[in-house]
Design a protein around this ligand. Structure first.
Ligand SMILES: N[C@@H](CCC(=O)N[C@@H](CS)C(=O)NCC(=O)O)C(=O)O
Length: 220
């Protein structure tokens, strides 16, 4: 049995849980919940699995620990020899990777910076890992949030032209965009309904069986 160390309800846990559901791997995976607020991910036992000190981490039966949502996605997507989320041809792979990175660089990363620096983030226990010595960190965090909001029209434009971010079926790129949008809203970054490309895509994506059936949607 494979083990995934993550925290249900966080954006990166959602990314991997959608992949598990899409690939029908629920029976082959056991989840171990990591207490992020108590900084369990910064303890030596966890750092031995992932030196970056973040979740999720997939541990294979032979003990190999794989971190980074994209690396985990690639591993799980290729497990049965029939990748459906990361591309089959060189062209598909390149487009999916490119659009995934755009969703990460233009949205998910600045939204994450806003959460950790522009708000209280995960709380006091994590302060030592959050550059507390940096006096204008709150301003910088808020500017990062504004940057993400200013990048939304780009994604809206793409999604007015096509059903999904990188091709006519959903892929890793849409999973990253979904993580960004569902992270932004509850932490107070507006995703206007005027962006009808995004709004219609969000409905289409949310209705997918793998998204509906992913386990553990609420932050515990
Ligand atoms: N690039 C990493 C990002 C992982 C990440 O930021 N995980 C968050 C949960 S959504 C986390 O563990 N945060 C705890 C912390 O920052 O200490 C990935 O794709 O998996």
């Amino acid at each position: 049995m494979m083990v995934i160390h993550d925290r249900a309800g966080t954006p990166n846990a959602a990314r991997v849980r959608i992949v598990v559901a899409e690939k029908g791997l629920e029976d082959q995976v056991r989840y171990v919940s990591v207490d992020l607020v108590a900084a369990e991910q910064k303890r030596p036992e966890f750092l031995a699995m992932n030196a970056v000190g973040k979740t999720p981490v997939l541990v294979l039966e032979d003990g190999l620990a794989i971190s980074e949502s994209v690396a985990i996605t690639e591993y799980l997507d290729n497990l049965d020899g029939h990748p459906v989320l990361t591309g089959r041809t060189q062209r598909e792979k390149a487009l999916i990777h490119m659009m995934h990175r755009r969703a990460e660089i233009m949205l998910l990363d600045p939204i994450d910076d806003y959460f950790h620096y522009g708000t209280k983030g995960l709380g006091e226990a994590l302060r030592p890992w959050r550059k507390p010595e940096w006096p204008d960190r709150h301003d910088w965090g808020r500017r990062r949030g504004a940057e993400a909001v200013a990048n939304l029209p780009y994604f809206d434009g793409v999604l007015r032209e096509q059903s999904f971010l990188a091709s006519d079926t959903y892929s890793l790129a849409d999973i990253t965009l979904f993580a960004a949008i569902t992270f932004a809203r509850p932490i107070g970054l507006p995703v206007s309904e005027e962006y009808t490309g995004i709004a219609e895509w969000f409905e289409r994506f949310s209705a997918l069986p793998a998204v509906q059936n992913r386990s553990g949607q609420s932050f515990r």
